[in-house]
Ligand binder design. Sequence first.
Ligand SMILES: *Cc1c(COP(=O)(O)O)cnc(C)c1O
Length: 408
Amino acid sequence: MITTKLDIETIREDFPILKRKVNGYPLVYLDNAATSQTPKQVINTIVDYYSRYNANIHRGVHSLSQEATDSYENARIKIQKHINAVQPYEIIFTSGTTDSINLVANGFTSFLKKGDELLVSAMEHHSNIVPWQMLCERTGAVLKVIPMNHEGELLTEDYAKLLSKKTKLVVCNHVSNALGTINPIERIISLAHEVDAAVLIDGAQAAPHIKIDVQELNVDFYTVSAHKICGPTGVGILYGKEEWLTKLPPYQGGGEMIAEVTFEKTTYADLPHKFEAGTPNISGGIAFGAAIDYMNSLGYDAIASYEKELLEYATEKLMAIQGLKIYGTSQHKTSVISFNVEGIHPYDIGTILDKLGIAVRTGHHCAQPVMDYFNIPGTIRASFSFYNTKDEADILVEGVKKAVQMLS
Ligand SMILES: *Cc1c(COP(=O)(O)O)cnc(C)c1O
């Protein structure tokens, strides 16, 4: 395949927000792991929906409702094709990764009994920990942790030893939001399947950087949030293998998810509607489809190679700052740099960077166990996207130097 080089200046024109000033400085947006910015192609899709065909879906006989339904279902098909799911109805629209995980955790209540085991990795986002703890409380199942090393890599040997016939489910992120590590999920999935455990992969951080093929991965459940992949907030998907989604009981009750309702008995709708109670985020779903189109118009190979260049450039420059330590040093990582400077609280550096128009995240990044592992209160996290530049990496480095000077 030919990897075309990205034309970053032209790409930046697609993102109106990048022209903004913050505190008198041009915005340098390096908080892409929290949420990505939105290109005008996606913004225009939302404007177009509300300007031309805003209507409820799957219900009306009128033309607007038909157009809205077609666009929404077309977005589902785009997402299906994008992650190579077998069927469009294996794509469940949710409000995002958190919602997708809760849907599965809730459904597993009826599958688990006391003493069953769930494995969760040491580097999960809270949204891939807490729903499973709640599930264990409901069922008496036991949560066990797949450990990691100081590079921020999962210990696959230890993982293999944790697996047994008691293991019913393994949950792990594809890419860590706190460290940027790309986890060896192919191996995690195949080992789990050897003991007949199901696997849920949290793909919130992977989808913006890596082309996903759920059939090749042979994964049972996979989650994506639109807002981290150039789409709007409040929408995402749960991919589930048809056999799993058929077994899994409905999550929420309401309109749209039923086949027939009487006061004696209600029967549920077929997939995907069984899991889509109530009026969904229609414009959001359609715009998610537009975001996928946008990402594919750039190409994942081109995105990955450019982001790698940015990662290496910024890592080298940051490492030259005295006392600076990077957390998450795996060879396999996305363009996330989590760091601290010795003797300085991450929040203080983040505050000074903001004064300079530089947006980074500081804190525990919804991954407190990761911070506990490294024995730190939090980190400064600079996360790069394909629309960032080396100039912006330089501005970050100069900003950190200035902050260190002011604070030490
Ligand atoms: C952002 C994120 C989540 C939560 O996604 P929401 O869109 O807030 O539901 C879960 N896991 C990871 C790895 C994330 O980066």
